[in-house]
Design a protein around this ligand. Structure first.
Ligand code: GLN
Length: 539
């Protein structure tokens, strides 16, 4: 039977609950336990697929094609486990299935209520992921006290009663702020937050205290006493230089020992030697540095391209290099010109995206990279833009465009597959999740993957229009990977350029710190070959 660790947050949001859960997952997996993680999101959207990156950050796509919360990205990156649609459940999905059942008469005339019907449905979702796992880590989004979160916390209370006290525990992530005027760390917000949990019937067993300064034994004891938690279960989650240090910080304070003891599990120690040497030490002591521009639409938002930034970092780790990302709004390229904005970078990445705003800036940036031979990596919309740029400026297809940007072009180079096949539909269907691609030998793509058969995750509607394939080939564009059936273009590259590669899929979702994605690894490698412009060279 699986044991459960419920992780809630208190005081304020953005304390890094997802990273904390992922770190616990890594620690327990290292101890030889079969672990899985689940994110419960209290909002009413059925999934985050339609939510703006401005509000929600990146939409993370799993192998099975679920559009999920970006915390699932942290889970997969830290633990290298594979998440599925069941690992992310929103209040909307819970309500949706309860209401569907009600309409189908499944409740036999009962009054359908939050307790027990919604809470039962939440418990069912939590049990569904248990399978043959030893431990399920369940993260509840939001902070304690949110109205939306209540049914989830009530479901956790009930499930813990059903499982028995030794088979579940509550981890609470909280903040211990430093107040400058008093020169003191304050425990009161933590006390309040734990008290709030207790009101709902949940006693915290472990406290992860985010703090910018290390706290003394007396602070630790005070928190333990006032919050009714064992002193060794009060963990200092000190700010770290690199997120990948978090598991080591927890391990150093024996968090995994404490959890195992509380859950009455016995597994040998593990020193995380690989993680320490191949991830953390490399991240903290880079031998080289490279600056790469990411030109996108949601640039001011830290989380909108989360997996891209992480994958670039992994690519750097493979070369013991640190990747400095210069985030550029594509509209700035439109206003100021590509060479003005990009002169100090050694590589250009164009990430995925939707809608036409900022497209011209991306095209200008790609043209600059193609002509100045600076390494370029296009992802999804980034590949579509590269194809449009090539069609316009190399093939001379004047006005070459995509339906997404211009519905009037007769045969857009990028368009909905249904349109290419003469079937008119509205909106098109999204291609989601993992699918296989065939890689051509003798290409940069094949050099990176070392394989003719790859699997990558997709999230897009538009495809390269195959009617232009011959024209592209004649002008020197190589299609380096395709998808059967349909011979869809999955990857392109330019042989007369040091590294100009783009893919219709999202490789960033499959990159891990210990196993950097081969395309990100080779892209960063190619950027490192470019001599840093004098302006950004270190003196
Ligand atoms: N908007 C484009 C499409 O739907 C690209 C999608 C993406 O970059 N994820 O095909």
């Amino acid at each position: 039977m699986a044991k459960y660790i419920f992780v809630t947050g208190g005081v304020v949001s953005s304390l890094g609950k997802g990273i904390a859960c992922a770190s616990i997952g890594l620690l327990l997996k290292a101890r030889g336990l079969k672990v899985t993680l689940q994110k419960l999101d209290p909002y009413i959207n059925v999934d985050p697929g339609t939510m703006s990156p401005y509000q929600h950050g990146e939409v993370y796509v799993t192998d099975d094609g679920a559009e999920t919360d970006l915390d699932l990205g942290h889970y997969e990156r830290f633990t290298d486990l594979t998440m599925s649609k069941d690992n992310n459940v929103t209040a909307g999905r819970i309500y949706y299935s309860v209401i569907t059942k009600e309409r189908q008469g499944e409740y036999l005339g009962a009054t359908v209520q939050v307790v027990p019907h919604i809470t039962d449905e939440i418990k069912r979702a939590m049990k569904k992921v248990a399978g043959d796992h030893d431990v399920v880590i369940v993260e509840v989004g939001g902070t304690v006290g949110d109205i939306e979160g209540l049914p989830f916390l009530e479901a956790i209370r009930q499930l813990r009663n059903e499982l028995g006290m030794d088979n579940a525990l509550n981890v609470h992530l909280t903040l211990v702020p430093y107040i400058r005027a008093a020169d003191e760390l304050k425990t009161k917000p933590t006390q309040h937050s734990v008290g709030k949990l207790r009101e709902i019937g949940l006693q915290a067993d472990v406290l992860l205290c985010r703090t910018e300064r290390p706290f003394s034994e007396s602070v630790r004891n005070k928190i333990a006493q006032f919050c009714n938690v064992a002193p060794e279960a009060v963990i200092q989650a000190l700010d770290v230089q690199d997120v990948y240090e978090v598991p080591l910080v927890f391990n150093q304070q024996k968090l995994d020992d404490t959890i195992l003891r509380m859950l009455r599990l016995d597994r040998p120690q593990h020193d995380l030697v690989h993680w320490r040497s191949h991830v953390v030490e490399r991240a903290l002591n880079p031998q080289r540095e490279v600056t790469i521009a990411v030109v996108g639409k949601y640039i001011q938002l830290q989380d909108a391209y989360k997996s891209i930034y992480e994958a670039l970092k992994h690519g750097g780790l493979a070369h013991s290099a640190s990747v400095r990302v210069k985030r550029i709004d594509s509209e700035q390229v439109e206003r100021e010109g590509a060479s003005q904005v990009l002169h100090d970078v050694q590589g250009l990445l164009i990430p995925g995206g939707f809608g036409h705003r900022g497209i011209e800036g991306k095209l200008a940036a790609i043209r600059w990279a193609r002509e100045t031979k600076v390494p370029f990596f296009g992802i999804c919309l980034g590949m579509q833009c590269a194809v449009i740029e090539f069609a316009r400026h190399v093939c001379g297809l004047v006005g070459a465009n995509s339906t997404e940007f211009d519905a009037n072009t007769a045969h857009p180079v990028i368009s909905l597959l249904e349109e290419q096949q003469g079937v008119m539909t509205k909106g098109g269907t999204m291609r989601l999740g993992a699918s296989r691609c065939q890689v051509q030998r003798g290409t940069l793509a094949h050099q990176a993957y070392g394989s003719e058969e790859i699997t990558e995750r997709h999230r897009h509607r538009y495809e390269v229009n195959n009617r232009y394939r011959d024209a592209f080939a004649k002008a020197g564009l190589v299609v380096s990977a395709t998808h059967e059936p349909g011979d869809l273009v999955e990857m392109i590259e330019l042989p007369d350029h040091p590294w100009f590669v783009a893919g219709q899929f999202h490789p960033e979702f499959k990159s891990r710190p210990l196993t950097p994605h081969p395309l990100f690894r080779d892209f960063v490698g190619a950027c490192l070959q470019v001599e840093a412009p004098a302006a950004s060279r270190k003196s």
